[in-house]
Design a protein around this ligand. Structure first.
Ligand SMILES: [Zn+2]
Length: 315
């Protein structure tokens, strides 16, 4: 079984954080004596720095116990660092990506890596992606935008053009929602996170990017958020309002299976719905391990989807 949605923080990255803790306002906070310390960057989205995130042997052992034969490892979104100067973003991307390349090279059967890129500087992001993939990474994980710009903004064109050229996997992973109405009950994570993916997927679809960048393999986190569930509404808008349809060659529901989706849904009925809506050849096993809200072990899916996502014909 594959795991397409899993995170790890290599030792070089931890060392980089410690060396740059003032520049990125990194703090370790004890929240509960029974838990590991929480890592906070710039006072945002603190998370428990569990051993599973940083101990490579333990991580591999857990993968084995869950019968995962191949993990596609992503950096953690808290370390994308899009809010900082792009020199800093580029520096952590280089350290992170090189560490994942080394780990992947040591375990080629078990591991593949996705790069983090300087999405706050799309020309640099294109270079980060190219460098990472030249060294064997399979693509990149990115957030749903930067500084209020969604991913269809022309600002990001250099990055998408490179992703198209490289036939990259681009894993769109939400950042914590900063909607002020969601400040309690863990709502930024519970509904804010899938909402961020919903916005990203809808924006990409309606902008016509799925036709323009048809070689990019876009993987949506957490089963695509709420996007697949609202496809009827998008279809009706497409027929109702000409400006919704202006960039599209077909109705929105016909684009649903242009994305890939992970299975981090934690409910058999929603999983079944996604399977019926997007097709089993677009659903890949994912866990979000080792975050608290992970689907562990991942749901088994058709390996056809995994192979079509991970391997490009002719390579
Ligand atoms: Zn995740």
């Amino acid at each position: 079984m594959f795991d397409f949605h899993t995170h790890f923080i290599p030792e070089d990255v931890i060392n980089w954080i410690d060396d740059n803790k003032t520049a990125i306002n990194a703090t370790r906070i004890e929240k509960n004596p029974k838990k590991e310390k929480f890592l906070s960057i710039n006072e945002k989205w603190a998370f428990e720095l569990k051993q599973d995130f940083i101990n490579a042997d333990l991580y591999m052992k857990k993968q084995q116990e869950a019968a995962i034969s191949h993990s596609i490892i992503s950096p953690v979104p808290q370390l994308f660092l899009y809010d900082f100067d792009s020199d800093i973003t580029k520096e952590i991307a280089t350290v992170y990506n090189n560490a994942l390349v080394s780990w992947q090279r040591e375990n080629p059967e078990q591991l593949s890596g996705l790069a983090t890129v300087s999405l706050n500087h799309p020309e640099q992001a294109a270079k980060d992606l190219r460098d990472g993939m030249n060294k064997g990474l399979k693509g990149a994980i990115i957030g749903p935008g930067v500084h209020g710009k969604t991913l269809s903004d022309p600002f990001f064109t250099p990055f998408w053009e490179e992703a198209q050229h490289l036939k990259a996997i681009i894993f769109i992973h939400p950042l914590l929602s900063e909607d002020p109405r969601l400040h309690h009950h863990m709502m930024p994570n519970l509904v804010g996170v899938p909402w961020e993916t919903t916005i990203a997927a809808t924006d990409i679809l309606l902008s016509g990017m799925l036709d323009t960048y048809d070689q990019v393999k876009i993987l949506l986190a957490h089963g695509g958020g709420f996007f697949p569930y609202q496809i009827g509404r998008l279809n009706q808008g497409y027929h109702q309002w000409p400006h919704v349809a202006e960039n599209l060659r077909k109705e929105p529901s016909a684009y649903v299976s242009d994305f890939w989706y992970d299975t981090v849904l934690m409910h058999p009925e929603t999983h079944r719905y996604l399977n019926n809506t997007a097709g089993s050849d677009k659903l890949v096993s994912g866990s979000d391990f080792p975050f608290d809200l992970c689907s562990w072990p991942p749901l088994q899916t058709s390996e056809t989807a995994a192979h079509s996502l991970l391997y490009t014909e002719g390579t």
